[in-house]
Every structure is written in C-alpha cells, then in structure tokens.
Design a protein around this ligand. Structure first.
Ligand code: NAP
Length: 349
C-alpha cells in the first residue's frame, strides 16, 4: 500500500516536472505563498510607546486580549461594563494597564472615556481601537421576537460600535493607527433569527466603508470573524433563559404552529450543536486581534476557528439551498398546525 502511494506521488511529480505549464504554476504558487508568509510575519516596532483601547473587557475575548497586550508591553486601556469586571482585570494585569467603565450604548459614558483617553495619550494618539463589546441573545426563530429584541442587540453590537469608532477616530488618525472590529461568521451567513446576525452584517459593512475611507490616512481596519467559541456570548444558560421568555410570551396561535414539544426539541438540538462546535481555546481569536494590531501589514479579515474556516465561510460563498439545507438539518422542524382564519379549529371546541 505504502509502495503504491509512493509510486503515485512519483508519477505526479514526474508529470508536473515534465509539463512546463504545471511546473511554472507550482513554482509561482510556492513563491507567492513564501512572499505572503514573510510579509504577514513582519511586525511593528516600539509597542511600549503605543496605546490600545479595548471595549468589553469584563470577560471573554476582550479580557484575554487586554491581558495579552499588557504582557506584550502595550499601554492598554481596557474598558469594562462593570466595576467588578474592571477590578478583577486590574488584579490580573500589570500596573501599566488602565481600566475604564464604558457602556457603548451610553453617549455620555463614551464621552467620559474619550476625555480620559485624550489626556492619557496626549500627542501620541491612539494606536489601536478594538471594538469587541457585544451580546448575542435573544437568538431563535424570527417570529418569536419583538422589535425590542432586535433593537437591544443592534444598539450594543452595531450602533455602539459605530459611535465609539466615530468618537475615537480623530485620536486613531493622530497615531496613524488601527481599528479592529469584532464581527462574526454570523455576519457572513445568517444562521438564526434575532438581532445578532443583522448586527454583525452591519459591522462587516461599516468596517468595509471605514477601511476604504481611512486608507488615505494610513489607518488599517480589520474585521475579526470568529466561529463558535466558549464565552459569555455563547452561554447556553443565557440563550435558553431568553428563549424560554420568548416562548412563554408567544400568542397561542404561534405556539400551535410550532407544536407543544418544539421548545424542548429546539433547546436540545441547539445545545448539541453548540457543544459540538464551540472551542474553548479563545486565544485563537485574541492572537488574530493581536496580529491585526502588531503586524506591519494587517489582514482585512480574520476567519477564526476550524468551523469558520472549513464550514461557515465556504458555505457563505455557496448557493443558498446548500446553506439552507445544512442549517435546517441542525434544528428541528415545526410539527404544529396553522389554523386558517376561515377555518374553525375543532380540537379547541
Ligand atoms: N464567543 C463566540 O463564539 C463569538 C463568535 C463570534 C463573535 N463573537 C463576538 O466577540 C465579542 C466578544 O464576545 P465574547 O465572545 O468574548 O463574549 P463575552 O464574554 O460575553 O464578552 C462580551 C463583553 O461585552 C460586554 N458588554 C456587553 N454589553 C455591553 C455594553 N453595552 N457596553 C460595553 N460592554 C458591553 C460584556 O460585559 P458583561 O460581561 O459585564 O456583560 C462582556 O465583557 C462580541 O462582539 C461577540 O459578538 C463571539
């Protein structure tokens, strides 16, 4: 078997060498890859003279990134939503790391943070702005949602990110720095109802326009597109609690269209897929964020995680019927009935 494989490989190599077109394609590809690899590995200097602001550092990616950048020597300004989150982070970092309270949906809070950062960075400007704060829940079937369920998520993940960026951009311009926006594979392929996918599509679009507009000012804009990772955003406890709230508020005709058992079946299927897909190694995400801040030539998009690279991103380029079939197969089908308005449901009389 091994001898057979070796002779196949020999035949392939012979075929490539003897064919000038194939061999020049192969050599050019290898040279291109080597050039790309070397270019991608080049780093910036003097990180100890650079300041980076990260939002949403109470937990998850933001928390790890703040500690990672602090360890590398950056002047980190880590913004947290809660005092407890800020206290815990300060205890785990060097005295160089500064924390601030920032709610990205509150303009006054953003303004206070801006005043602080302006005084902190002075003439140097802000090298990095990492828009990481975000929430996901409620996610679930679209007709279980109220418009407020969309608004809350969009306010944090999209409008908050836009307002923070607009306010801090002059300081980033001063440093000819970087903006790193945390999107998601769900901003490339909508997998569930609710505001989350919409907000991340918005982040993609906002970042694309910002990148093109800021190109003239030497500012790089990168988008991080993680797959599924085990953090607060993918906490099954939070997602299931919100889903139950939505289910309990549904009018009986919507519940009937899904069937009595649908909620339990949905939660079970969601829990199985999440447990299968979520990775615990969140440093894969923070390493990409760090690359976007420290590489001489940062990438425009960083797909992170095996599920993002091998499944969701390729699916997003494929025909809709393929992604529709796969996503439908991950969730149960409704087994209820729809009562027509001109029809009497006799089982209820
Ligand atoms: N985990 C994943 O699989 C995944 C995949 C793709 C993209 N993402 C994105 O990654 C980013 C970070 O999320 P994560 O996974 O690290 O989850 P996480 O641990 O829940 O982190 C989100 C952070 O945002 C903070 N936050 C929530 N609302 C805020 C507000 N109004 N103002 C300021 N901060 C606020 C949270 O604070 P509290 O903890 O105090 O609520 C938390 O620290 C999010 O944008 C998320 O959409 C995550």
């Amino acid at each position: 078997m091994i001898a057979e494989n070796e002779s196949c490989l020999d035949n392939f190599i012979q075929a490539v060498i003897s064919n000038p077109v194939l061999s020049s394609i192969l050599v050019s590809s290898l040279i291109l890859f080597a050039v790309w690899y070397i270019r991608d590995s080049l780093k910036i200097d003097h990180v100890d003279q650079k300041s980076v602001l990260v939002t949403g550092c109470d937990s998850g990616f933001g928390n790890l990134l703040a500690r990672q950048l602090d360890h590398r020597g950056f002047g980190v300004i880590a913004t947290c939503l809660t005092e407890k989150g800020a206290e815990d982070l300060r205890a785990a970092a060097s005295p160089r790391l500064k924390t601030l309270l920032l709610n990205v949906t509150d303009s006054a809070s953003i303004e206070r943070a801006l005043e602080y950062v302006r005084a902190e960075v002075v003439e140097r400007g802000l090298w990095g702005l990492v828009n990481n704060a975000g929430v996901a829940s409620p996610i679930g079937p679209t007709d279980w949602m109220q418009v407020e369920d969309f608004k809350n998520v969009l306010d944090i993940n999209l409008m908050g990110l836009i307002e923070v960026t607009l306010k801090f951009l002059p300081l980033v311009k001063k440093a000819r720095g970087r903006v790193v926006n945390v999107g998601s594979v769900m901003g490339r392929l909508a997998m569930t109802g609710g505001g989350y996918c919409l907000s991340k599509w918005g982040v993609e679009s906002f970042s694309d326009s910002l990148r093109r507009d800021m190109y003239h000012f030497d500012i790089n804009v990168s988008i991080i597109e993680p797959g599924f990772f085990k953090t607060g955003v993918t906490s099954l406890e939070v997602i299931e609690r919100d889903l139950l709230r939505l289910w309990n508020c549904l009018p009986s005709e919507v519940k009937d269209s899904y069937g009595d058992k649908y909620y339990e079946e949905y939660v079970k299927a969601q829990s199985i897929s999440m447990k299968l897909l979520r990775s615990s190694d969140i440093s894969k995400v923070t390493n990409c964020m760090e690359h976007a801040l420290t590489a001489r030539y940062p990438r425009t998009r960083y797909g992170v995680g095996w599920d993002a690279k091998l499944l969701w991103l390729p699916l997003s380029y494929g025909p809709s019927f393929v992604s529709d079939s796969l996503i439908s197969a991950l969730l149960p089908s409704p087994k209820g009935k729809i009562v027509q308005t001109n029809q009497v449901d006799v089982s209820k009389t």
